[in-house]
Design a protein around this ligand. Structure first.
Ligand code: GLA
Ligand code: ZN
Length: 672
């Protein structure tokens, strides 16, 4: 099995904080075990913020409550991802060693308080973490309830203390080797930056785009270093699978680097199903699930999602009937082998006391949320055979953290509110996803040759070697799409000489020269016509010249009217498409529909109407599992192209799909 070798079931459970109830409320724990069985929950994350409840005083450890909880979990057949509690250091540490606190951007040191507030390089905090982790691993590595390790929680700390900045300088030294090379790569004659010592590089110098980009690289490297330290501590005693929980496209942390250290990917996802946003949200979370599947090319675990409503969302709107199960089917259909919740039970006090949970303050199993989770839990057995099944993707969307950082550290293009790299990638993803094709989400270091089509919107920075690899991909028969604001800078955040995109290399690949980019104020009307339809252009229009590419559409207005807006270039056995302007979803959807057909990429289920979303997993003997979601608040029907067994509803073979409002199901098609 991909996540847990000896557990051929879908993982189902959540974050459980029994230590919030102990020792005063043992009856709550008894009740929890009862309710867990009733909800069909088999797996929990435990001890995420429990450092202070275990190391009660410096060097004084009390494992008694955890021993008892772990033993009871084993008795009840619960599998535990035991957390290393590094996200929340204890009060005695904060008080005795105030230097363990992070230094904020303004130079002040944060007082001891909430989680994720410790400097990852502080020796006391590091040694304390390693000792705590080792003790947990030593004590529980053979425990029958232990499934694996949940390392820390949502790593995200950025610290500006002297020690961290010193480490940043050491990182630069390793990366650039000599000051001479640093000065070269840093274009340091600009505003008189010529460096004579590594210590002179200021990570937030507003003039130094490259230093700010390197700081982002360092933040990832720094978190990785801490993560590796925790892994090493656990690995001294335990070889059980481990992971840490990711937060989607959280800006400061390049999760592709984190993924490389994980045995499986665990992620936290909190969609909203607001009226009018269902399709967008379903596409957004499909994108994230696809990225998490692609990262290790295998099933992942949804570590956290909310069975009710996260307290911090703009509208704390209750889940409507079927929405919860549909959300779970979305994750499973995109490659999750388990769905877990934050949180199992609502605590009584503090910041998350009204955050949704399986069990509320009433402790009841009669709430809508509990009953929904329990019914879902019971039905998971019917689809347990999907565990370990794979996905197959012929098209990929590229999202790259380095491109994000480079774009956002570059002043120009109207600022962050206009640039919107993530939203743009989302939109392109959604336009492809609407065609019901299964997609991979890659970064620029992934193997390109696995796909027929790669869409890489706004890939502003090209890392070393990527231009050549893109060319090889197209030369070999691949289709590549890039857009405005692609390939403006190299790995040093320095502009390419020889014109955009990407200097000589990509100009040749796309057969196009982007002379400049027009930033459009909202009153400026720009557009192009494609297939007889007029498409509005917003925010950005590149001023392009074809240099061998076929011009598919031209701009309608301004001084560059008649110049190319959309081009396509044959290169080797493949082709390279350039979209010069920012368009809406409608254009992209139509355009990608044609392109997918040209590439020979078919929908996973042909003829399925817009109101549905579908994804596919492929199991043993090529058995196919189709996850079908009704994205509308009305009942929907669809005559299936071939008969399939309705696993989720247990209704045997069906030829017509009928889904209730916001409903979903899992169908099985045997090979042959
Ligand atoms: C994150 C954290 C959890 C909890 C949830 C609330 O994902 O990891 O501890 O705070 O958010 O949504
Ligand atoms: Zn620090």
């Amino acid at each position: 099995m991909t996540i847990l070798r000896d557990f051929p079931f879908i993982l189902h459970g959540g974050d459980w904080n029994p230590d919030q109830w102990l020792p005063r409320h043992p009856e709550i724990i008894d009740r929890d075990f009862e309710l867990m069985d009733r909800a069909g929950c088999n797996t929990f994350s435990l001890g995420i913020f429990s450092w202070g409840q275990i190391e009660v005083e410096e060097g004084v450890f009390d494992f008694s409550w955890l021993d008892s909880i772990m033993d009871r979990c084993a008795e009840h057949g619960k599998r535990i991802f035991l957390a290393t509690p590094s996200a929340a250091r204890p009060g005695w540490m904060g008080q005795r060693y105030p230097e363990t606190g992070v230094v904020r951007a303004d130079g002040s040191r944060a007082p001891w308080m909430s989680r994720q507030s410790a400097c990852l390089n502080d020796p006391v905090y590091r040694a304390g973490t390693a000792r705590m982790d080792e003790k947990l691993a030593e004590r529980y590595h053979n425990h029958p309830a232990l499934a694996g390790w949940h390392i820390s929680n949502e790593y995200s700390t950025v610290c500006r203390c002297g020690r961290c900045v010193e480490k940043f300088h050491a990182f630069l030294k390793k990366r650039y080797g000599s000051l001479e090379n640093l000065n070269d790569c840093y274009w340091s004659a600009f505003w008189g930056h010529r460096f004579t010592d590594w210590g002179q590089v200021c990570p937030e110098d507003p003039a130094l785009d490259i230093a700010r980009l390197d700081w982002m690289r360092f933040v990832t490297e720094n978190i990785l270093d801490f993560f590796r330290m925790e892994i090493a501590a656990v690995r001294r005693y335990s070889d059980k699978p481990l992971s840490t929980n990711m937060m989607g496209t959280f800006g400061p942390l390049n999760y592709w680097a984190v993924a490389g250290e994980c045995d499986f990917i665990g992620d936290d996802c909190y969609p909203d199903w607001y009226i009018g946003d269902v399709e967008r949200e379903a596409a957004r979370f499909s994108f994230l699930h696809d990225m998490h599947y692609t990262m290790l090319d295998k099933p992942f675990l949804l570590f956290e999602t909310c069975p009710g409503i996260p307290n911090y969302h703009p509208y704390t709107k209750l889940r409507r009937p079927n929405e919860f199960v549909r959300e779970m089917h979305l994750a499973l259909g995109h490659g999750a082998d388990g769905t877990m919740y934050f949180q199992w039970r609502k605590g009584r006090g503090n910041a998350e006391k009204i955050h949704g949970a399986v069990v509320g303050h009433d402790g009841s199993d009669q709430t809508l949320v509990f009953k929904t989770v329990a019914e879902y839990g019971a039905r998971l057995n019917k689809i347990a055979e999907i565990v370990d099944s794979r996905r197959s993707q012929e098209a990929a969307v590229l999202f790259d953290w380095e491109a994000l950082w480079a774009l956002n550290t570059t002043s120009g293009f109207g600022g962050d509110s206009v640039k919107q790299y993530e939203k743009t990638v989302d939109l392109h993803y959604r336009a492809l996803w609407k065609h019901n094709v299964d997609l991979a989400v890659i970064d620029s270091m992934c193997e390109f040759g696995n796909y027929k089509l790669i869409v890489a919107p706004m890939l502003f920075l090209l890392r070393n070697g990527v231009a050549e690899r893109l060319k090889a991909f197209v030369r070999g028969g691949g289709t590549l799409v890039m857009t405005y604001l692609s390939a403006y800078v190299d790995e040093n955040n320095a502009c390419f000489l020889g014109g955009n995109p990407g200097g000589k290399e990509l100009r040749e690949l796309f057969g196009v020269w982007s002379e400049d980019i027009d930033g459009l104020e909202p009153q400026v009307k720009q557009s192009f016509d494609y297939n007889g339809i007029r498409h509005e252009v917003r925010d950005y229009a590149e001023y392009l010249h074809a240099e061998g590419a076929d011009v598919l559409a031209v701009y309608n207005s301004e001084f560059y009217a008649g110049s190319p807006a959309l081009t396509s270039n044959r290169f080797g056995k493949g082709k390279a498409v350039y979209i010069g302007a920012r368009t809406g979803l409608e254009f992209l959807t139509g355009f990608y529909g044609d392109l997918l057909a040209e590439c020979g990429i078919s929908p996973v289920l042909s003829g399925i109407p817009e109101s549905f979303a579908v994804s596919r997993r492929i199991g043993k003997d090529e058995t196919e599992y189709y996850f079908l979601l009704n994205l509308t608040p009305e009942e929907q029907r669809f005559p299936l192209p071939f008969p399939m067994e309705d696993l989720w509803n247990g209704t045997g073979e069906i030829t017509e799909l009928l889904l209730p409002p916001s409903g979903s199901t899992v169908l099985k098609r045997r090979n042959g």
